[in-house]
Design a protein around this ligand. Sequence first.
Ligand code: G6Q
Length: 547
Amino acid sequence: MTKMVNKTKAWKKLEGHYKHVKDVEMKDLFAADKERADKFSINLEHMLLDYSKNRVTERTMKFLFNLARECQVEEKIKAMFRGDRINFTEKRPVLHIALRNRDNTPIYVDGKDVMPKINEVLAKMRKFSDAVRFGEFKGHTGKKLTNIVNIGIGGSDLGPVMACEALRKYWAKDINCYFISNIDGTACAEVLNKIDPETTLFIVASKTFTTIETLTNAKTCRKWLVDALGEHAVAKHFVALSTNQKEVEKFGINPENMFEFWDFVGGRYSMWSAIGLIIAIAAGMDNFEKMLDGAFAMDRHFAEADLEHNIPVILALLGIWYNNFFNAKRYAVVPYDQYLQYLPAYLQQLDMESNGKFVNTNGEVVTYSTGPVLFGGAGTNVQHSFFQLIHQGTDMVPIDFIIPAISHNEIGEHHEILVANVLAQSEALMKGKTVAEAAEELAEAGKSKDEIKALKLYKSFSGNRPSNTMVFKKIDPYTLGMLVAMYEHKVYVQGVIWNINSFDQMGVELGKQMAKSILPELQGNAGGVHHDASTSQLIATIKRLRK
Ligand code: G6Q
């Protein structure tokens, strides 16, 4: 039985150490050590992770690496790459790394190498995406398919949405991508209003092919197409991405138009599989494969670098340091790149669905905090929304800043101003502004003594607020692959240390089941289900308002 992590030797050491360093100011650490930025930075190819603006000393990092070792992080990394069934509640291996295993070293599941199948699907994706892009696979009436609609939700939506947006600059000129995920009819209606059935390809993306939102949306889209072009058109306008051929056929999609993936790929880890088909159609299969190459580079780094130089491990440990010792239960990811605007939403699922767990691998309720709340948005927009709280709120919110050195759209001074802002934010968060400095500034601005007295505290900043900064050369497919794989592995390492299963998602089930029992009541066929008084009142009100 694995010990609760908060009972380990390394954790106890960290608790003692925390008391000594909790009030240490980062600006003093910088002043005392000219090498600090260099010591707390890692380069990987064109990427730089600067984690020097964190509330850590070399001793802190040493104790954190000891924690990782005591929790067998190195062994658990090997277990993932070996194909062990680390998703133990569902008895599945976790092999998104196999999807981008670009040197094709065999990875075995039940004694069988999974690589040939993976390569087969990649080849099928190449053939199909090329055929759509070059107008060889045409619609029922002979027109080129230029509107590509991905119908999927959760892991079958967020990755494709995020990656398509990130790679928008690489899209074929005449292709447009749309996404329908929500069961709200508005999601369907708003997309269907914009497109023409003759030029539309629907991709039904569902691992299980049983998800009510996706199947309902797919049925609505199918009807819309059949009403316009007839039943025979379906073969030319619908493809499926799934592990469940039986359900795909039942839905009326020819298995030839199905792109397969497997149970060893978790939904939120699936954009590297057939689930990424829309990315391949929009940006081209060469770019899709470059994204896999970038992820593979991060995988090799994660598997091979020692813990002290391992980017995902370092990010994971810093997260634990804040969450479990500084009691910081939130953290933010802020990419300073418009094309990465959906990255925080994507990471929100990756992190919170993976590590929002309260039972450990021994089947016990944990006695420490696990996954934090992740939020974020694109800079500089968020500077004008939630950054007030990050700078002057009562709680610490660690941040990851992401910035490319080169923009895809170098227009005038835009990019310089953008870069200046991200650097200013991390510096300001770290340094802060003392009350005396605030007073001095007010005096320089010509304020009266009374005004200075009244305002100086409001204008001060405590500082000492931590952040990581990741610099990339440019957000291209390769970089995107590296970036996403980095976060996947970070989340895994945290799950290992918290001793939870990062790869199931039982927490999303309860609400789904209950919705099923409420539906007949809304439709007027009360099923005799006993609800609490609030739920009964809400059902009655909605029914009354619909009359
Ligand atoms: C992700 C989850 C979840 C899943 C959706 C869609 O890890 O498993 O978000 O992706 O519920 O499921 P289907 O792909 O089976 O429709």
